[in-house]
Write a protein that binds this ligand. Structure first.
Ligand code: 5GP
Length: 191
């Protein structure tokens, strides 16, 4: 595939804004989009599979990959937990003639779009408000009071980055946010 066709899509958001639901919807509908499987040092959650949700690797192996320049970007997203996008993963997806979709944190998204100016589409999914995001995270039931507070504080900070991306979609209503995201991606890919 010619270099000019090596496009990628970045979906980013504060946690709880709905980016995973939107990403799943798009991946389910368009086989030519392919989830970019990141490397991560956190433990798998129930139901997660190595090599499907993430490449779950040790911190030692992660640091070895940093030294080898294997990452396009990497971040310590949460205290002591590293996440990164591998060059080899994007090449794998492009070699299949597909477009990678990166579901990554806000700092990582800023770094990737800087490296792929002109060939990337970055989409920021914004929650309607910090209060609404807190309510959604609470109802998900996966947070302790401490992790909830950390995620909410981080989200408030991350929302201030919304102007840095190509498109910002406010997720008032999940169906509408999915449709809007779908539309900008189809435009970008010329579908
Ligand atoms: P979780 O632990 O809930 O799966 O993910 C935590 C956060 O890390 C999410 O915002 C997710 O999008 C982000 N993330 C996943 N993979 C990567 C990556 O390769 N790089 C960066 N910077 N963030 C990532």
């Amino acid at each position: 595939m010619a270099n000019s066709q090596k496009k990628l899509i970045i979906i980013t958001a504060p946690s709880g804004a709905g980016k995973t639901s939107i990403t799943r919807y798009l991946l389910g509908k368009y086989p030519k989009l392919s989830f970019s499987i990141s490397a991560a040092t956190r433990s798998p959650r129930a139901g997660e599979q190595d090599g499907v949700d993430y490449h779950f690797i040790s911190e030692v192996d992660f640091k070895q990959k940093i030294a080898e320049n294997a990452f396009i970007e990497w971040e310590m997203v949460y205290e002591g937990k590293y996440y990164g996008t591998l060059h080899a993963e994007l090449e794998r997806i492009w070699s299949l003639g597909k477009t990678p979709m990166l579901d990554i944190d806000v700092q990582g998204a800023v770094h990737v779009q800087e490296q792929f100016k002109g060939s990337s589409l970055s989409i920021f999914i914004e929650p309607p408000s910090v209060e609404e995001l807190k309510r959604r995270l609470e109802s998900r039931g996966t947070e302790t009071p401490e992790t909830l507070a950390t995620r909410v504080n981080k989200a408030a900070y991350e929302i201030s980055f919304n102007h840095m991306f190509n498109v910002c979609i406010v997720n008032h209503d999940l169906d509408k946010a999915c449709a809007e995201t779908e539309s900008v991606i189809k435009d970008f890919l010329g579908w």
